[in-house]
Design a protein around this ligand. Structure first.
Ligand SMILES: [Zn+2]
Length: 108
């Protein structure tokens, strides 16, 4: 009866630690997928964040854009309109982006 547990295989399941861009981040953090894999572009300041992780985008949005969510609360119509507007500007100003049906931006 040895008290040694046989938990040799540590099952580490770190949530959704994948590095792929998720479309919901458009509304949540105002980020769109960037030109290079693993990058995302902030719709507001057009800064590129390298290393797509929820936390990286969260941190950028929180530290630089904390007032954005105050002015445009999550899931409000104001926010939806604002994000749609920002996306239109990006489509105009950054080549290779196209607006898809449903309003998401896609790189070409
Ligand atoms: Zn930004």
């Amino acid at each position: 009866m040895a008290g040694v547990s046989s938990k040799s295989a540590t099952k580490r399941k770190i949530g959704e630690e994948n590095r792929s861009y998720q479309e919901k981040w458009e509304d949540e953090f105002c980020f769109i997928s960037g030109h290079k894999e693993g990058t995302a572009i902030c719709l507001i300041c057009r800064e590129t964040v390298v290393g797509i992780k929820w936390y990286n985008l969260f941190r950028h949005h929180k530290s630089k854009r904390s007032s954005f969510t105050e002015i445009f609360p999550l899931e409000s119509n104001e926010r939806k309109n604002k994000v749609a507007n920002l996306k239109l500007k990006v489509v105009k100003n950054i080549p290779n982006f196209k607006m898809m049906n449903g309003g998401h931006l896609q790189l070409f």
